[in-house]
Design a protein around this ligand. Sequence first.
Ligand code: 13P
Length: 257
Amino acid sequence: MANVTRKYLIAGNWKMNKTASEGAELVQEINLALGKQTDVGVAVCPPFTALENCARSLEDSNIQLGAQNMYPKSEGAYTGEVSPVMLRSLFCTFVILGHSERREYFEEDDAFINEKVLAALQSSLKPILCVGETLEQREAGQTMEVVKKQLAGGLEGVKADHADNIVIAYEPVWAIGTGKTATPEMAQEVHKMIRDELVAFYGETAAEKIRILYGGSMKPENASELMDQADIDGGLIGGASLKAKSFIELVEIARAK
Ligand code: 13P
């Protein structure tokens, strides 16, 4: 285990994949293999339209449910949006916020993401706040600066007593869906910086409890080395979470640590 104070978390981000019935099928398979274990935290984040079916399949399971986005208001005239209250009513524990695909395609900025983080916490949802640099930024030597800014922006106003409800996901944009993974050392360097920032924000005790996941082409072939790093506490998995076999394998790798 990377650290005795933190339980690994393996979370699947299904992105815009799986209908409600396909989602239920996938979750049932995962649940059969992993629903009873408690060594490692396991979460699946289906699209909104599959949440209810998945929630039903996960009754009495230790697998937790997460959403991929939300709007930072509890209700109102916001056509097409989904509120944190609605997600809680479908038994969501987590919500992914600030994913690079939302930053890029939907122009979400740190201030808006921060509103969502605060609204999620207010509704007892645990935000998985995503941060990460583009290839251009990495090549220009701006990785640390970019990630620090996203982290501080996303967490503004979050108090230390909420800190252990937060999960951070470091997802280098150039590694997402590309098959290119950050080397364990490259990832650890950024994870360590994130941990240091969290210590500065919340103090050592709270920061030591926050899980920092790696995301970006993580799969059974590279997960073990990544999770051996001191500050890598699991993964936010895209492609490899869409098949029960690879997702289960990833959880088993974390369990064996
Ligand atoms: P891939 O695992 O498909 O690279 O996606 C990572 C990701 O974006 C998870 O949020």
